[in-house]
Design a protein around this ligand. Structure first.
Ligand SMILES: Cc1ncc(COP(=O)(O)O)c(C=O)c1O
Length: 403
């Protein structure tokens, strides 16, 4: 684990009053976020725009920090609630916002149409008709949209799939031309391009490039009917490594490959949008929680921590473990025979009254005692906000910002 972060967590759990009374927290390392954005800046092509998918981590300080980089063109939101957080975090213009999501309500649509965001990513004919009706009622001439298409391509090698199979996202490619005929007649809708986000958590850049090739072929074909479009929104998908092997997404090779594809299809004049979440903030986050008990039961040891799936649901929900580290705190034993862990395989579980409350499992631990801190790294994306925070009404984890 990063030494600076380890030292900070140890200090917080030793001397910070708030952490000592509520011993679970997320730590976000802003320097790491900067490193990720700088990496994109170094290699990205001129026609690529980077947006932050704030669903990955809607912490205000994190959003503010992400937006402080010129490389970031704006924010991708999935609700008006996110839009309001982004505004409170200092977003200077709604024109820097893209809105995606399969169940936008008419009220949400009216809000973003009135405030004139950059693009609404339209997911169905119904949604397009609603947007058109709202624009008509509001006296708004034109709403710029991208059409989200569920492309007929299964991009093998991701951790979660949004498309390439039967899902609720976007318009199925097989229906696209039929649906487009209806959409094209809506006088307040301007189709500026396509949105094709298909999968999350792809570590191998070649997998994304193969999918991009397929997408570009679709766009070429679609342009024969739709006319020339200026924007292809690829969505997110750059993965991070959840093992201790520390593999990274090869950003340089990815953009080199993308450049080749742009030339192959003569798409250099189109804007290619990336809406990245996990890649920007995933490796910057740490979940830390104190060990409150260690038990031995029917031949196996259980480490019980102050926080569980109420704070960190994703590992068990997606059957994907995070790297685990133990910070030794040297807390005296309560009694002589108090159980400790020494070079053993254990489960690490929270305080909830359900056995699936595990933040890690089958984990080989060198040494752990009551009072030590369990740290799960790679916890900056889809962790805090994707947890069952109110279940059993425990305190919420603190969110600490490491500058
Ligand atoms: C529409 C959309 N864009 C972007 C993202 C961000 O994806 P990632 O975190 O994999 O970069 C998501 C994630 O679910 C999404 O639904």
């Amino acid at each position: 684990m990063n030494e600076k972060v380890e030292k900070y967590i140890k200090e917080m759990f030793s001397s910070n009053r708030e952490v000592m009374s509520n011993p679970t927290c997320y730590v976000y390392d802003l320097e790491e976020i900067t490193r990720r954005i700088e990496e994109i800046k170094r290699f990205k092509l001129n026609n690529v725009s980077l947006y932050y998918a704030m669903k990955a981590n809607p912490n205000m300080d994190v959003i503010r920090h992400v937006l402080s980089h010129d490389t970031v063109s704006g924010i991708e939101i999935a609700s008006v609630g996110e839009l309001n957080i982004a505004r409170r975090s200092g977003l200077d213009s709604d024109l820097r916002v893209l809105f995606t999501g399969p169940g936008k309500t008419p009220i949400e649509l009216r809000e973003v149409i009135r405030s004139k965001i950059r693009f609404i990513n339209v997911e169905s004919v119904v949604e397009a008709i609603r947007i058109n009706n709202i624009a008509e009622n509001e006296g708004i001439d034109v709403v710029d949209v991208l059409l989200r298409v569920n492309i007929d391509y299964f991009l093998d090698g991701a951790s979660e799939y949004m498309a390439g199979m039967s899902t609720k996202m976007g318009i199925d490619q097989s229906r696209f031309f039929e649906d487009y005929e209806i959409i094209s007649k809506l006088k307040h809708i301007k189709v500026c391009g396509f949105h094709v986000f298909a999968a999350d958590g792809v570590l191998d850049y070649e997998v994304l490039l193969k999918y991009t090739d397929f997408v570009f072929k679709f766009v070429k074909e679609a342009e024969l009917i739709v006319g020339k479009v200026n924007v292809i929104d690829f969505g997110g998908g750059f993965g991070i490594d959840y093992t201790k092997a520390g593999r990274t997404f090869d950003t340089k090779a990815y953009f080199e490959g993308l450049d080749t594809l742009m030339r192959k299809y003569s798409f250099e004049d189109k804007e290619f949008i990336l809406e990245l979440g996990k890649y920007i903030v995933g490796s910057a986050g740490y979940y830390a929680t104190r060990i409150v008990d260690i038990k031995e039961c029917k031949g196996m040891k259980h480490i019980v921590t102050a926080g569980g799936v109420n704070h960190m649901r994703l590992p068990i929900a997606t059957d994907r473990k995070h790297p685990v580290y133990i910070i030794k705190m040297g807390i005296p034993k309560l009694y002589e025979k108090q159980i400790e862990v020494s070079n053993e395989t254990v489960d690490i579980e929270g305080p909830l009254c359900m056995t699936e409350d595990k933040i890690s499992w089958d984990e080989k631990i060198q040494s752990a005692s009551i009072g030590d801190i369990v740290v799960l790294t790679q916890s900056g994306a889809y962790c805090y906000s994707a947890s069952t925070l109110w279940f059993l009404s425990h305190q919420l984890p603190l969110e600490l910002i490491l500058i």
